[in-house]
Design a protein around this ligand. Sequence first.
Ligand SMILES: [Zn+2]
Length: 271
Amino acid sequence: MFTEADATNRLPKAIAAANHIREVNSEIGVEPEIADVNNSNIERLIEGCDVVIDGTDNFATRYLINDACVKHKVNWIYGAAVGSYGVTMTIRPNITACLRCLFPEPPPAASAPTCDTAGVIMPIINIVAAVQVSEALKLLTGHEDDLHQSLMQFDVWRNEWRRISTGQPASDCPTCARHEFVTLEADSSDFAAVLCGRDAVQVSPSHPAHINLSTLGERLSAAGEVKLNDYLLRFRTGEFEMTIFQDARSIIRGTDNVATARSLYAKFIGN
Ligand SMILES: [Zn+2]
């Protein structure tokens, strides 16, 4: 999906991925979207989809996708990898168990290794993705009987492969049985989040916004070094580096302190 040139050009991942998919097959329609998936936009993003394939890196977002897909009856194919281990599961709302049926609560913070602390090796990503895409093909062509109907786990280093049958929705699952979609209803006022292991904090605007990056760049150039492309602005000031997107979201590197990040955001972007 990504090359060194994409990194050098500071392309957002969504744009770089879309470019490569178009190079592979120009007949495929691709609509990249540069956004932080959260409860203010997930329902719009999945609306009208036949299937959602997930490649996210944190449990909060997975439970958010789970709630949105069960609520809107959209199939979703969960997949994750860390180290040499990978896992995938296909969720058909009201027909199969959902993520919360199997795991009522996300694991406690910092209890599981992450790609930042443990890394990941490429082949496990290919295996998880291959199973996810095969499942998507079965769903899209109406071959539901051929779905693997399990939690599939692989470890390409320890040579372990395991399948646990997932079955039907649990009768006591808050999501499937009681239609309580807690992650969709959560208070979204908490708009700053520390990005694990990256010495960075993401700050999102409290209201939807659209920023003219070149105008902002002109303003900020008096206070530090500014680099700009069509999708984002990078601004370096002192020991901090701020990446600012058109939707006014910013990733602030050089601190893991939310208060510091919020004050930099207020000072240079405003709120
Ligand atoms: Zn459930």
